[in-house]
Design a protein around this ligand. Structure first.
Ligand SMILES: NC(=O)c1ccc[n+]([C@@H]2O[C@H](COP(=O)([O-])OP(=O)(O)OC[C@H]3O[C@@H](n4cnc5c(N)ncnc54)[C@H](OP(=O)(O)O)[C@@H]3O)[C@@H](O)[C@H]2O)c1
Length: 288
């Protein structure tokens, strides 16, 4: 059994290893009900982004729900992300302040650059490099100003991480990437481990499409668990953290029951062998 939290930035920030993904979780009532179920089931991390267009709803729901669960702002961990249309130094700083306003909080626990490319620019446009560097400068300033506790990136490849580490004066704490058995990003994870960067997995359920995979189903049956729990536990066993998304409150509850069983070494290995470089979400390869 392992801890439900991971230390970021040499133990300065403690991040829960289970969080609630909120991509496409939008409607006011849905957001409220899903967050209610999540908090009731022990989730303490919420993953959002300016591009998910739900920060306002999440902020309002939390204002009502935190008192309901006798929680303070300090008891929960909120991640948001800088959108691809918000790159650039001033724009990024302002975008984060807007996320804070919408979420009705004074700080974010983690702020990520969502995507290494800039909206409307081609993958090989040299302005991508300049603008994401400027964005990182803004994230460092936001961190110095206490508006964000930890900073990181998402969808960066190893070469983009190397580029970032050349100019970063504050090292990224987290890299959030698509990570599941069909996209077992072993090299990226190895790179992160060497540099003390935590790898956070997204689309752990393959956006729902891995739930009926034969091997996943058979491992789940053996443990009397659900396929979703096997996929999430696999990611946890590999030292990542997970942020499954659901608008179904029963699924939200199921996805929290990950800490009362373990996969065998053979099962973990067999799932790793499914790797075929398959992206269910967006693929950053080719961005310079
Ligand atoms: N940084 C990035 O670029 C990026 C990209 C993608 C995602 N993310 C983050 O990662 C989160 C998760 O990834 P994701 O949204 O792509 O998908 P995901 O979590 O892999 O899968 C979500 C799908 O699985 C279904 N599901 C969830 N739990 C289930 C259960 N116990 N049983 C059966 N079905 C279940 C959901 O349907 P129901 O709603 O019906 O349960 C939904 O269709 C996102 O919400 C977002 O916060 C980040």
């Amino acid at each position: 059994m392992f801890d439900g939290v991971v230390e970021l930035g040499n133990g300065v920030v403690m991040m829960p290893r289970l969080g609630l993904g909120t991509f496409r979780v939008r409607d006011n009532e849905v957001v409220y009900n899903v967050l209610d179920a999540a908090l009731a089931n022990g989730y303490r991390l919420i993953d959002t982004a300016s591009s998910y267009k739900n920060e306002t709803e999440i902020g309002s729901a939390l204002q009502e729900l935190l008192p309901k669960y006798h929680l303070n702002r300090e008891d929960i961990f909120i991640t948001s992300k800088l959108g691809p249309a918000e790159h650039g130094e001033e724009k990024s700083y302002h975008a984060c302040c807007q996320s804070l306003d919408r979420l009705k909080v004074d700080w974010l626990d983690l702020y990520l650059i969502h995507w290494p490319g800039v909206q409307k620019l081609k993958h090989d446009d040299p302005r991508n490099t300049q603008l994401r560097k400027q964005s990182w400068t803004a994230l460092e300033q936001l961190s110095r100003d206490g508006k964000v506790k930890a900073i990181g990136v998402s969808n960066y490849t190893i070469s983009l991480m190397e580029e970032l580490l050349e100019y970063a004066t504050i090292k990224p704490s987290v890299l959030q990437v698509e990570f599941h058995p069909l996209l077992y990003q072993q090299e990226v994870q190895h790179f992160c481990r060497i540099h003390g960067i935590h790898l956070q997995a997204y689309s752990s359920l393959g956006c729902g499409k891995l739930l009926d995979h034969e091997l996943v189903v058979s491992i789940a049956a053996k443990h009397q668990k659900l396929p979703s729990q096997v996929l999430l536990r696999w990611a946890l066993e590999l030292d990542t953290s997970v942020i499954p998304r659901s608008v179904n409150i029963n699924h939200v509850a199921e996805n929290s029951r990950l800490f009362d069983f373990a996969l065998s070494g053979e099962e973990i290995e067999a799932l790793c062998k499914l790797h075929e470089g398959h992206h269910f979400c967006w693929d950053p390869a080719g961005i310079h």
